[in-house]
Design a binder for this molecule. Structure first.
Ligand code: SAM
Length: 288
């Protein structure tokens, strides 16, 4: 049976994710809170057993209440704490608000631009996942642009951003071009001297080939680049990878300044630990 266009087993109430990575993910649906088809994608917010509220785009889980803070804190605070200062920050994607929430905790940030392809994601998340962007959507430093992240960056002034945080969907979605060498070249141009780009880059185990390709493309542009990890519960991939490329900053060296109070996963220790490469991940060590 299809509930609101979704594959939901009528007997059990399990909701089937649209994964194509060799295994099936089924979520125990407590309540379907919202479903719509935007100009770009199928959007669902559901209440899941144990995982809390979750956002799905084209039937792929993007964010769940249970562990979203780990991903968002590590995406944002690792690069921002590695920089001596971050006045101008660009977020590409991130329409759920979690990355924005963490960025706005830094008082020295003067302007934040969030470039999200799909206005509907922001509207839906502000309504159904308000704690994701708690307080941040109304921050006077924020400007939202509804546009393609690559096109936006091509038009950005050279050397403008201290940090570019790419919180986009996976390759094979409307975010595909955000993993291209041409995109990294454009980002390099838009970064200030000393600036840093970070992007979510799937799993070092399940998507090892994809992550390797992403790092090769990054290496063609950024002499200083690498990868770091944090735990992932709701993506069911064990470790979440983030790639980084920098112009004179080295996040792998640890924090250069103190992050805002109140983080639940990010600490100076978890920052440094994120760059540990056990033997099973040694192939990524060489790229840093
Ligand atoms: N944390 C998530 C993950 O790991 O997959 C990403 C969540 S966030 C909701 C992803 C956002 O990227 C979506 O809202 C989507 O609309 C946006 N997006 C996809 N392609 C984009 C593009 N080319 N430019 C800007 N935003 C894009």
């Amino acid at each position: 049976m299809s509930q609101a266009g979704w594959q939901v087993d009528p007997e059990s109430g399990w909701l089937v994710e649209n994964q194509t990575i060799g295994f099936e993910i089924r979520w125990r649906l407590q309540r379907l809170l919202h479903h719509e088809r935007s100009a770009y994608q199928d959007i669902v917010v559901a209440e899941l057993e144990r995982f809390g509220r979750a956002l799905f785009l084209d039937r792929i889980l993007q964010v769940a209440e249970l562990d979203e803070f780990i991903y968002h804190e590590m995406l944002v605070h690792v690069p921002l704490a590695a920089l001596p200062a971050a006045r101008r920050v660009l977020i590409i994607g991130g329409g759920d608000g979690g990355t924005l929430r963490e960025v706005t905790r830094w008082r020295d940030v003067e302007e934040v631009h969030l470039v999200e392809l799909d206005e509907a994601v922001v509207r839906v998340c502000r309504q159904w996942l308000p704690q994701l962007g708690a307080g941040a959507w109304d921050d006077p430093r924020l400007t939202i642009h509804y546009a393609d992240g690559f096109a936006f960056l091509e038009a950005a002034p050279a050397g403008h951003y201290d940090a570019i945080l790419v919180d986009c969907s996976d390759p094979g979605t409307p975010a595909d071009t955000l993993y291209s060498e041409a995109f990294y070249r454009t980002a390099h141009r838009a970064l200030a001297e000393g600036g840093c780009l970070v992007q979510q880059a799937l799993s070092p185990f399940i998507h090892r080939d994809v992550l390797t390709t992403i790092l090769q493309r990054l290496a063609a542009v950024f002499p200083q680049r690498g990868v770091y990890f944090c735990p992932s519960i709701s993506y069911l991939i064990g470790l979440q990878a983030f790639v980084w490329g920098a112009k004179g900053t080295n996040p792998a060296a640890g924090p250069a300044r103190t992050a805002p109070d109140g983080t639940r996963w990010y600490t100076p220790e978890s920052h440094r630990a994120a760059f540990l490469m056990p033997p099973a991940l040694a192939i990524f060590r060489a790229s840093a």
